[in-house]
Design a protein around this ligand. Structure first.
Ligand SMILES: Cc1cc2nc3c(=O)[nH]c(=O)nc-3n(C[C@H](O)[C@H](O)[C@H](O)COP(=O)(O)OP(=O)(O)OC[C@H]3O[C@@H](n4cnc5c(N)ncnc54)[C@H](O)[C@@H]3O)c2cc1C
Length: 594
């Protein structure tokens, strides 16, 4: 006889993970009559996963035939079930309509409307111009802007609008699915909330939308072959969805596949473990001139100037993220140091992190890389600069300048991870499959957890997937009719921790103080209290915000100081936290108007 589970709450559908896929799945399950629980491991204000940090670009195609051809080209030489490709391509052709109909936003075309030179837009948007069909590809935006959480805020609002049908739990980590051992039906889930183990019955189904394993070092080592990757997005995606799916016999796919972003094919400056890295899309002084990138043997391992595609560079004609090695350093000479310092340095800790030495040998010793290797590398590089030909990696001759005098410099780098694609395989109904390719009853999935991308990634594909498969998963789970019927208490039902982030708390004001707010950040309303006297800004306090915990936090501390010092909102943003910086400046402007 199977042991009876002590259910402490009961819902029709339980969605695990409140990112783009989870928000979408919960909303469509609710719209199809289900009472839904949406649980997220993050605390309030920090839900949203990678979706919140993303560039907010949704993959779109105008000509279905061309888009299918393009997608097949991206996938090749790997295989994907054709019905999955069809449903995905249909969904992407429908993106503008979806944005209008379900997100109540006017779709904006990146290629037509975004303010950027056409060539740059084409390079950022149609990433594989060598493939047939690329010209039909575009990004849809929900307004004319990127990296500002605009799409995420709409998806979140759609959940809030259905407050009567969707309960949201924060600080709620799902760890195990509860499965009937005989018929394999998923009956519910065990969630750790406030230190309590809560078994939640899911009468119709569970939808796994817990994102990837960017922050699970062991999985990163096992599946991606990297000792450590530094996340650009959320810190809360720890691969729990993979463990849960494995426990109930799911088949995994695309585990090796991941994306990066940033200059030098997905690198950032070395970042302590457990922190997000700062994204730099471009920094020409760091790949043009007497400068190159090395690893432990003192040798270069790629063309620093090559245009990458979400971190992928050409590897004998297949585009892959270069293998992460040990001790990645950028190395340069005095002339390059001076060039770098002539321009604006968008990384506050650049000088602090520089390692300086009078000779190449001393530099190699200081950074603990192979001394002879680095000396030889400098010689080879200098010869390449002299001859105008880089026989190692064919770097653009115009970007080569021989190393001359010391001092010489090095700065430690880190390998970024944007998102992982691996996880449980699903079918066209978003049903998660077992190792015999049969649907596991009552278990669905969407988003980057088991994403569709089998090989070369085209930007916009992940968010498209959240919208397309999130909708399918929500609708399918809500329409299950062989419900699990087991006795359950309602002790934990009707707790809803999702509050309206747009409400301004009751904030006290003295006579010389005014409040101002802005929606330009990535976490809902940001509110400041400004103290002024004799036409001068005396103090700026952030009294409400849900920005990111690290780089965003730096902006929260630093921008108010800069505004007070300059007595103006015309101050530099914190690099890597441009949305938060913009929101603070806008809120102060509004407070001054008031
Ligand atoms: C900087 C950056 C830019 C990007 N730009 C784009 C872009 O423009 N276009 C595009 O298509 N893609 C982009 N991507 C990729 C894309 O953002 C993600 O693949 C996508 O948002 C994933 O959505 P998701 O809902 O599957 O996962 P997420 O949005 O990551 O959400 C997963 C949620 O699950 C929660 N969770 C994790 N574990 C548990 C657990 N055990 N219990 C409960 N909750 C849990 C997390 O807290 C999180 O809220 C970008 C990514 C980054 C980092």
């Amino acid at each position: 006889m199977t042991k009876q589970t002590n259910w402490k709450a009961s819902y029709d559908v339980v969605v695990l993970g409140f990112g783009g896929a989870g928000a979408t799945a919960a909303r469509f399950a609710a719209d199809n009559g289900a009472k839904v629980l949406l649980a997220d491991i993050a605390p309030y204000g920090h839900e949203g996963g990678n979706t919140r940090y993303s560039a907010q670009l949704i993959g779109t195609g105008y000509d279905r035939k061309a888009l299918k051809k393009y997608y097949e080209g991206l996938t090749r030489p790997m295989n994907l079930p054709e019905d999955m490709v069809n449903i995905y391509v249909d969904g992407m052709v429908n993106t503008p309509e979806y944005v209008k109909k379900y997100l109540d936003a006017e779709p904006v075309s990146f290629m037509k409307d975004f303010d950027m030179p056409y060539e740059a837009k084409a390079a950022a948007c149609q990433e594989y111009p060598n493939l047939d069909g690329h010209k039909t590809y575009d990004y849809t935006m929900v307004h004319n802007g990127w990296f500002d959480a605009a799409l995420w805020k709409i998806l979140r609002q759609k959940v809030l609008d259905r407050k009567d049908k969707i309960d949201v739990w924060y600080d709620a980590r799902a760890l195990h699915l509860v499965q009937n051992p005989e018929n394999k039906v998923i009956k519910g889930v065990q969630i750790i909330k406030d230190g309590q183990k809560i078994n939640v019955l899911a009468k119709k189904g569970v939808i796994l939308t817990t994102g990837g394993f960017e922050n699970n070092k062991e999985m990163v080592q096992n599946y991606l072959g990297a000792s450590k990757l530094t996340p650009l997005g959320t810190l809360y995606n720890k691969g729990d969805g993979i463990k849960m799916a494995e426990e109930v016999g799911a088949k995994m796919w695309h585990m090796w596949n991941y994306e990066a972003l940033g200059f030098l094919h997905g690198l950032s400056f070395d970042t302590p473990e457990g922190e997000r890295s700062q994204l730099f899309l471009e920094w020409p002084q760091l790949n043009h001139g007497s400068i190159f990138m090395i690893v432990a043997d003192g040798k270069r391992y790629f063309d620093e100037t090559e245009h990458d595609r979400h971190g992928h560079i050409s590897d004998h004609d297949i585009w892959r993220v270069p293998k992460p090695y040990e001790k990645p350093y950028i190395v340069f000479d005095k002339a390059q140091y001076e060039d770098i310092h002539k321009g604006k340095i968008p990384y506050d800790e650049f000088d602090e992190k520089l390692i300086e030495a009078d000779s190449i040998e001393e530099l190699a010793k200081k950074i603990n890389v192979d001394i002879d290797g680095l000396k030889e590398q400098v010689k080879i590089f200098n010869k390449a600069a002299e001859n105008g030909k880089d026989i190692q990696f064919n770097r653009d001759p115009k970007s080569l300048r021989a190393f001359s005098d010391g001092p010489f410099y090095a700065i430690k780098m880190a390998y970024n991870v944007l998102n992982t694609q691996g996880g449980p395989e699903k079918d066209v109904k978003a049903e998660i499959l077992d190792t015999n390719e049969q649907p596991i009853p009552h278990l669905y999935g969407a988003g980057e957890l088991g994403g569709i991308c089998a090989n070369q990634y085209q930007g916009g594909g992940n968010l498209a997937e959240c919208l397309i498969f999130g909708k399918i998963a929500g609708e399918q789970a809500a329409s299950v009719d062989d419900e699990v019927s087991e006795a359950a208490s309602d002790q934990y039902n009707d707790i809803n921790e999702l509050v309206d982030g747009n409400k301004i708390d009751d904030i006290k004001l003295a006579e010389n103080q005014t409040l101002g707010s802005s929606d330009a950040g990535i976490g809902g309303k940001l509110v400041v209290r400004v103290t002024h006297a004799n036409g001068k800004i005396q103090n700026v306090e952030i009294v409400q915000n849900h920005e990111s915990e690290d780089i965003g936090k730096k902006a929260l501390e630093e921008i108010p100081r800069r505004i007070v010092k300059a007595n103006s909102t015309d101050v530099d943003a914190i690099s890597g936290a441009s949305a938060t910086s913009r929101a603070i400046k806008e809120a102060v402007k509004n407070a001054l108007k008031n």
